[in-house]
Design a protein around this ligand. Structure first.
Ligand code: ARG
Length: 466
């Protein structure tokens, strides 16, 4: 039955029921809907807008409805128009007239704006916890492989030597920024729309500060039209999730490359790979590929939200019912992706020997060879660069590396070379000397990991708590 049937002479066309209804995707908010209603009813009672005894009755019964929904004793009616309607009707069915007073000074418009905020607040807290766990794994791996030399790339060409730990810590920085973006978006989202009513507030003497406080919000929304029609927070969260998915997708792209036989830098645990139905030798990194692939749907969610909102006049319009599927899909997808990614990284096997061989084979110490001529032999960098380029060409011609090229050959290109060059271009030295802040030297990587662990330890769990 519809809440709004008084004005209507006809029942709604049953064929449009499903189209109009949001119960299929807003029932996940039943706990938050009830929490909001308990706060509203408590305030109505304390303000004398309804009897204290009725307020109490409403709150007690709402608690029972929540318990019955939790336990499965009560099922959500799939034909209800939305979760707000369902809870209110169930309440009225149970306690009669008192239930009918709950909606005093409230509209589903401020109610839904509240419920989505409460729900996202919890979902984002869960995501933050998962991101912290992922960061913990990255730090452990970085510490474990702090001196594992690997080629660093630009343009997908071997460029300069780094350490595997350093490479992993680059992702840690991205994820830290993601967490801080979540905090930032949540802080802005954390204002309470209850009391904005349908769009124009209400004539009842509501205490909006009280409901905001009861529900752990920073303050009530300052403009009733904005309070019911703002969905910036959905778009912001979808963006934060999108950017986080970009980071996960880049990491997964690297995992896919690294476990190919062309690279063989890592091996993923069997538990996170699948086989082929026809090629018996295959071990495919499906989960990493799926995470990379799922980024697309999340970007789609963000685009849906922006497009849905851009032409809406103030205040509430039914278009806004579309917010939930998009933003919930975004947060659910990130949660879904983080769940396998954490153990997949934790259990990966790192082939330090292959990484080192790749690092040794790509002339990635050529810059260091030029730097040797500059700092030990006093040659201007541009000249040293040219000499080293000629040496690389010579090595390629002779199928050698800078490490295996005999000293006489060095000297045919430039007489200044002596035995010291081999020490200067040793990969461990090349990496170990890159001690500049932010560089890949093993001691730096350990310090980076330690710094991130400290940040994680000092991080507040619930940013909306003041
Ligand atoms: N199911 C609706 C939504 O999700 C609730 C608000 C309905 N308000 C209205 N005036 N029809 O947006």
């Amino acid at each position: 039955m519809k809440l709004w049937k008084g004005r209507f002479k006809k029942e709604a066309d049953p064929k449009t029921n499903d189209f109009n209804s949001s119960i299929a995707f807003d029932s996940r908010m039943y706990r938050q809907d009830i929490e909001g209603s308990i706060a509203h009813a408590t305030m109505l009672g304390r303000q004398g807008i309804i009897d204290e005894s009725e307020s109490m009755k409403i709150c007690v019964e709402l608690g029972k409805i929540r318990d019955d929904l939790d336990s499965g004793a009560l099922a959500i009616d799939p034909d209800a128009e939305d979760i707000h309607t369902f809870v209110e009707q169930e309440l009225t069915a149970r306690i009669g007239d008192a239930g009918k007073r709950l909606h005093t000074g409230r509209s589903r418009n401020d109610q839904v704006a509240l419920d989505v905020r409460l729900t996202l607040r919890e979902d984002c807290a869960g995501l933050k916890a998962q991101l912290k766990e992922l960061l913990g794994v990255l730090c452990s791996k970085a510490e474990q492989y702090s001196s594992t030399v690997m080629p660093g790339y630009t343009h997908m060409q071997r460029a300069q030597p780094v350490t595997f730990g350093h490479h992993l810590m680059a992702y840690a920085e991205m994820l830290l920024r993601d967490i801080s973006r979540f905090d930032d978006a949540l802080r802005r989202m954390n204002i309470c729309p209850l009391g904005c009513g349908a769009l124009a507030g209400t004539t009842y003497p509501l205490d909006r500060e009280m409901t905001a406080k009861l529900l752990d919000f920073t303050e009530p929304a300052q403009n009733s039209l904005d309070g019911v029609s703002d969905r910036d927070f959905c778009a912001e969260i979808a963006f934060v999730v999108s950017l986080c998915m970009v980071h996960l997708s880049r990491l997964c792209e690297e995992l896919v490359l690294w476990c190919s036989w062309e690279f063989r830098f890592i091996e993923l645990d069997d538990a996170y790979c699948t086989g082929s139905s026809i090629m018996p030798q295959k071990k495919n990194p499906d989960l990493a590929e799926l995470i990379r692939g799922k980024s697309g749907r999340v970007f789609g969610d963000l685009m849906s939200l922006l497009t849905m909102m851009k032409g809406l006049p103030l205040a509430y319009n039914k278009d806004m019912q579309e917010d939930k599927e998009a933003v919930f899909d975004a947060v659910d997808t990130l949660k879904l992706c983080l769940t396998p990614l954490i153990p997949m990284l934790d259990t990966m096997r790192v082939r330090e020997d292959t990484m080192r061989a790749a690092a040794a084979g790509g002339f990635i110490n050529a810059t260091d060879c030029a730097d040797y001529l500059v700092s030990v032999k006093g040659m201007p960098f541009r000249d040293a660069y040219k000499v080293t380029g000629e040496l690389v060409a010579l090595c390629i011609e002779k199928n050698l590396t800078l490490e295996t090229l005999p000293l006489e050959e060095y000297q045919t290109v430039c007489e200044a070379f002596d035995e010291g060059v081999y020490q200067a271009i040793s990969l461990d030295k090349c990496v170990g000397d890159r001690k500049v802040l932010g560089g890949p030297a093993p001691e730096n990587v350990k310090a980076q990991a330690c710094r991130v662990r400290n940040i994680l330890r000092n991080m507040e769990d619930s940013v909306w708590k003041s």
